[in-house]
Each structure stands twice: as structure tokens, then as C-alpha cells.
Design a protein around this ligand. Structure first.
Ligand SMILES: [Zn+2]
Length: 262
């Protein structure tokens, strides 16, 4: 029995639609990444939950914003050649010590010659003598000439005030927002004279109150004396930060801003 013309027409269109769908799928393959990111994160340790949460968030962020991301856990691979593959360097939670001399020199050139942008979190200002390593003076200058003094081991919540709402990294942020349960480092002095402060924590809002204070207390800043677009974000101890939309908005904005200009 020959199929009815109507049935044949349906078959034709079904086949045609399938072919179109296949062709469409081929065309819809992901475009090449708009930029490449390298992130350095300590292996294990107390910040592992933060790093794990960051990686999860960055995976979806990479898809949404069209970038690729690779991770390293030490500085062994870092040299000029290695860094030349990346438009953005994220120091996810890694201190400025125990870098190989080659890595330190390549990183300095990367920042000074704007070979890429930089976002540093939390441990990036662990500046001083730690674990038997001397302080890296260049990095201290990069961070505004500061030296780490103390941290709040009991963790306190605090209100962060945005100081420059017009900066691209502060887009869509409220003028102030709460950060729960942070470690808040103090330094030997405020980096303010040497950097452009984007946000600071009001120590009078610390809950519960603590005596570990430094007065003027910037927590997000950029050092405009360096050619590379760079931003330091102090917050970065607990994974719950990725439930805080102010924090994720700041991170998202920082990625797009810091990777955009070399
Ligand atoms: Zn910490």
C-alpha cells in the first residue's frame, strides 16, 4: 500500500526539519573564548571551601561570559611564555610568597607592561615574613605599600561602603552592603595614599565588636600606578560569599573590566 500524499508530506517535512536541526546544531557550536583566564589557588588548606565554591561559580561564569579558565596550584609553570596565553590572572587565594624567581619576574612584567589584567583575593595581601619566606617588596608596593599586621580570628560581620560607584567594577552594586563572618585583615597603615580605594569596611559596624581595628580600612582597591588593570578584593575566606550577590556582582564586573584592556 502506497502512503497517502499527506503522510508523505509529513515525512518530508520531518526529515527536512531534522536536517535543519542538525545543521543548526553545527552552527550553534560554542564560539572560541573571548579571553583566557589563569587562576592560581592554594591546594587544600583552610581556604579550600572558598576555592571550591569559586571554581563552581567560575565554571558557569565562563560559559555566560565566554571565556576559558585554567587552574594552577603553585607557580612552577609561570614564565613569560606561560602567561602570554592569558588575558587575566586571578589570584584566587594564594599568598605573595614562595613564588619561583622566574614566576615572580614574569608576573611583574605582566603587570608593569599590562600583558594582562589581575584580580587578587584575600591571601594576596599576606605581606610580611611567613612560613620562612621574606616579604616580596615589589608585591607590597603593588598593594599600596602595606604590610599585614593581624586578622580577626573570631570572624565578624561588617558593612562595606562603596566609595566610587562610578567605577566599572562597582556597576549595579548598592552604595553599601553587608559581608557576614569575615576575617578582616589589618595592615601597618591604610594603602589609601598609594591606591584608588573602591570600597572600605566601617569598623564601627563590626558584629560582634572587636578591638582588632586599623581605622581607615579599605577593602577593595586598584593601583593606578601600574599599567595593568588590577583590583584587590579583600573578602575571600568563606564559600558563603558566593551566596552574596554584592560579592558575585563585584567579582563578575572585575573579570570583565580587568580582562578588557591590555
Ligand atoms: Zn582567610
Amino acid at each position: 500500500m502506497k502512503p497517502e500524499p499527506a503522510f508523505r508530506a509529513v515525512c518530508f517535512w520531518a526529515v527536512a526539519a531534522t536536517m535543519l536541526l542538525c545543521a543548526g546544531n553545527t552552527l550553534a557550536q560554542a564560539p572560541p573564548p573571548k579571553f583566557h583566564v589563569i587562576a592560581i589557588a592554594e591546594k587544600g588548606g583552610i581556604h579550600k571551601p572558598f576555592v571550591d565554591a569559586a571554581k563552581l561559580w567560575l565554571t558557569s561564569e565562563a560559559v555566560a561570559d565566554g571565556f576559558s579558565i585554567d587552574y594552577i596550584e603553585n607557580t612552577d609553570k609561570i614564565d613569560d611564555q606561560f602567561l602570554s596565553h592569558y588575558q587575566l590572572f586571578i589570584q584566587l587565594n594564594f599568598p605573595p610568597y614562595a613564588w619561583t624567581p622566574t614566576a615572580a619576574a614574569a608576573f611583574q612584567r605582566y603587570i608593569e607592561q599590562a600583558r594582562g589584567g589581575w584580580i587578587g583575593f584575600h591571601h594576596a595581601t599576606l605581606l610580611g615574613e611567613f612560613d620562612g619566606y621574606p616579604m616580596w617588596p615589589w608585591f607590597s608596593t603593588f598593594m599600596g605599600g602595606i604590610r599585614f599586621t593581624k586578622y580577626i580570628p573570631t570572624f565578624v560581620s561588617g558593612k562595606v561602603t562603596v566609595e566610587d560607584l562610578s567605577h566599572p567594577t562597582m556597576k549595579n552594586l548598592p552604595s553599601s552592603f553587608k559581608i557576614e563572618n569575615e576575617e578582616w585583615y589589618t595592615y601597618d597603615h591604610s594603602p589609601r595614599p598609594n591606591v584608588h580605594v573602591l570600597a572600605s569596611v566601617d569598623e564601627n559596624t563590626y558584629t560582634p565588636a572587636t578591638t582588632i581595628k586599623m581605622g581607615d580600612h579599605p577593602v577593595v582597591w586598584t593601583n593606578e600606578h601600574y599599567k595593568a588593570r588590577n583590583i584587590y578584593i579583600f573578602m575571600g575566606h568563606h564559600p558563603e560569599l558566593f551566596q552574596n550577590s554584592a560579592f558575585t556582582t563585584l567579582f563578575h564586573n572585575s573579570i570583565l573590566w580587568a580582562a578588557a584592556h591590555q
